[in-house]
Design a protein around this ligand. Structure first.
Ligand SMILES: O=C(CO)COP(=O)(O)O
Length: 254
C-alpha cells in the first residue's frame, strides 16, 4: 500500500515499441482516466524517444506525464545517437527511466553509470526512475536483497528527494515472463529498499516512491499494489494496450 502520504504512480514503459499510429493508445488512456482517479494517482507514459513530442501534445492540459526510457549522463557533446536529459526536458518529458535491467544487460550499464545518469536527470529537472532488480540465479543463491541494496546504494545520487527520484524494483526474471514474486517476496524487498533509502537519505526515504515492475497485469494489479511499501507500478507489455494499462490504473479506484 502506498502509505505515509505517498501518491501512487502508475508508469508505462513502452520499450522499443510504437509508431506514430500508437498515439491513439495514449489518447485512449487519456480519455479512459476519470478525474476522480487522476486525483488519487500519478500516471506516466514512457514511449520511445521518437514519440515523446507527440505524446506530450496528446496529454496537453491533463495531469498525465510523459517520460524518457534512457538518457546520456552529459548535457551535450560528441555522443552520436545519444539523448541528454536536457533534450528530454526540452520536449516536455518530466521523468526518465534510469538503469532498466534491459539497459544493464544489453548496453552494459553499470551502477556507476546509473548514478551518473541519475545526476544528469536531476540536473535537467527530470525525475529519475532508478531501476533495481535481481536475476533468478541471484535470487536462488539468496542474494536478492544484497543485489538490489547495492544497486540502490551506488545508483542513488546523494541528497535524493521524492521531487527528483523514484525507485523501481523489477526482478529481472519477472520482466515479460508472466511470473511475479509472491506478495510476501515483494514486501520483503520493498521493506529492505525502504530501509536502505533511510540509511542513504534519512527522513526523505519515507517520501520516495518505490514501484514494483515485472508482469503487472490488470488481473494481478490489485493484489500487487496493496503490498506494503509498493507505491505504484512500472508496466511493460500491458502498457501497450490502453484497456490493460487502464485496468492496472483502476486497481487504485476503490
Ligand atoms: O520491464 C518492465 C517495465 O519497465 C516490465 O515489463 P513487463 O510488464 O512486460 O513484464
Amino acid at each position: 500500500m502506498a502509505s505515509e502520504g505517498r501518491r501512487p504512480l502508475v508508469a508505462g514503459n513502452w520499450k522499443m515499441n510504437g509508431l506514430r499510429s500508437s498515439i491513439a493508445t495514449v489518447e485512449a488512456i487519456r480519455d479512459g482516466l476519470s478525474p476522480a482517479l487522476l486525483d488519487k494517482i500519478d500516471v506516466l507514459i514512457c514511449p520511445p524517444a521518437t514519440l515523446i513530442s507527440s505524446c506530450v501534445a496528446a496529454v496537453y492540459g491533463t495531469p498525465i506525464a510523459i517520460g524518457g526510457q534512457n538518457l546520456h549522463a552529459r548535457p551535450n557533446g560528441a555522443f552520436t545517437g545519444s539523448i541528454s536529459a536536457e533534450m528530454l526536458a526540452d520536449l516536455g518529458a518530466s521523468y526518465v527511466i534510469v538503469g532498466h535491467s534491459e539497459r544493464r544487460a544489453y548496453h552494459y550499464e553499470t551502477d556507476d553509470g546509473v548514478h551518473a545518469k541519475a545526476l544528469g536527470a536531476r540536473r535537467a529537472g527530470l525525475r529519475g526512475i532508478i531501476c533495481v532488480g535481481e536475476t533468478m540465479e541471484e535470487r536462488q543463491q539468496g542474494r536478492a536483497l544484497d543485489i538490489v541494496r547495492a544497486q540502490l546504494a551506488i545508483g542513488l545520487p546523494k541528497g535524493a528527494t521524492a521531487a527528483d527520484t523514484v525507485v523501481a524494483y523489477e526482478p529481472v526474471w519477472a520482466i515479460g515472463s508472466g511470473r511475479t514474486p509472491t506478495p510476501q517476496e515483494i514486501a520483503e524487498v520493498h521493506a529492505s529498499l525502504r530501509e536502505m533509502l533511510d540509511k542513504l537519505v534519512g527522513e526523505e526515504a519515507h517520501r520516495i516512491r518505490i514501484l514494483y515492475g515485472g508482469s503487472v497485469k490488470p488481473s494481478n494489479a490489485r493484489e500487487l499494489m496493496k503490498v506494503e511499501n509498493v507505491d505504484g507500478a512500472l508496466v511493460g507489455g500491458a502498457s501497450l494496450v490502453a484497456e490493460d494499462f487502464l485496468g492496472i490504473c483502476r486497481a487504485y479506484e476503490e
